[in-house]
Design a protein around this ligand. Structure first.
Ligand SMILES: [Zn+2]
Length: 324
């Protein structure tokens, strides 16, 4: 299965007459269906009886195993979440994991005529892991095909990119994304799609309803007591700081956009209030706060003092709006 907005991409990929590449690199915004596309591709590559190239039969044992996500010739490499309880430590793909994968995939395929390795997101490989993978990509094997998935092309080593056939998977047009969400009975589809930057598959994630609303209420009318309360709520809910940073980052981007006379993107329902706020906000401190939040984003999954971080950032925001 692939999403309707990727049908055209699928035609393009499969109509290429060149020899199969040793590695594909699928690039696209988070939450548009890259992994689903990659699995569809791997199913076709592993099918024992394809009706034509890239068309899996859907009946053979390999197709059955692929549909169960348990094909022995499919190897998926993803970052390991060390602490699943509070999801505060999202690890990188490290060299040990890449080495283990290399040892395994060079054995003879068990069922299909080749093995497929899915790496996602490829940018989560650290430098050592990426270099270990590069060595394999430099010595292609006829029985192994790599499919790398990346949200951000810029965070991959140029040497890795140059070894892959790169393929862009587009974000669906807004009308198509909204149609998909409405079909899935998502409430407030327009607001949610805007908040998730046009990625329909992120919208079905939990939206933290009340806490997010409480947070937005504070941003529209910040008060110290409310800030202290929400910092405590956030901490007690054991949510990672990254979630707060995402919400706040998007709000600041919207404020900056409005201050520059542009349309805001993420919170269209608060457009009027954002316009009122920027009347009194000093622009330079606003940019400084935006930079501060941006710099914290890479640490959002690590254990930090969440309460203190939320308090401190929101107090900076309060100062902005107090015009001091
Ligand atoms: Zn098949």
């Amino acid at each position: 299965m692939i999403y309707p907005w990727h049908q055209e991409s699928w035609q393009k990929l499969t109509s290429c007459q060149d020899k199969l590449p040793n590695a594909w690199l699928l690039i696209g915004q988070r939450g548009v269906g890259k992994r689903t596309f990659a699995r569809h591709l791997s199913t076709a590559l592993l099918c024992e009886n394809p009706s034509s190239p890239f068309v899996a039969c859907g009946k053979c044992q390999s197709c059955h195993l692929s549909s169960q996500n348990s094909h022995p010739d499919l190897y998926e490499l993803t970052p390991i979440i060390e602490d699943e309880d509070n999801a505060k430590k999202l690890l990188q793909i490290k060299i040990e994991a890449v080495r283990k994968m290399i040892e395994s995939v060079h054995l003879t395929p068990l069922r299909a005529k080749r093995r497929v390795v899915l790496i996602h997101p490829a940018e989560s490989m650290n430098v050592q892991a990426a270099n270990a993978l590069l060595k394999v990509l430099e010595e292609p094997s006829d029985t192994v095909i790599f499919i790398l998935i990346a949200h951000s092309r810029d965070r991959l080593l140029p040497t890795i990119k140059s070894r892959c056939r790169q393929f862009l998977l587009p974000t669906p047009p807004r009308s198509e994304a909204l149609a998909y969400l409405r079909k899935n009975k998502v409430e407030h589809a327009e607001e949610k799609l805007a908040f998730y930057g046009g990625s329909p598959l992120l919208v079905t994630d939990e939206d933290y309803g009340d806490l997010h609303e409480e947070f937005l209420h504070i941003l529209t009318a910040p008060k110290l007591l409310l800030i202290l309360n929400i910092a405590e709520h956030f901490d007690k809910s054991k949510l990672p700081l990254s979630l707060f940073l995402d919400w706040f980052h998007k709000w600041l981007i919207d404020l900056i956009a409005v201050s520059q006379g542009c349309e805001n993107v993420f919170y269209p329902q608060h457009r009027t209030r954002l316009a009122e706020l920027v009347e009194d906000i000093q622009i330079l401190p606003l940019f400084a706060l935006y930079d501060k939040v941006t710099n914290l984003v890479p640490y959002g999954q690590h254990t930090l003092n969440v309460k203190l971080a939320v308090e401190s950032l929101l107090i900076d925001y309060l100062k902005l709006t107090l015009d001091i």
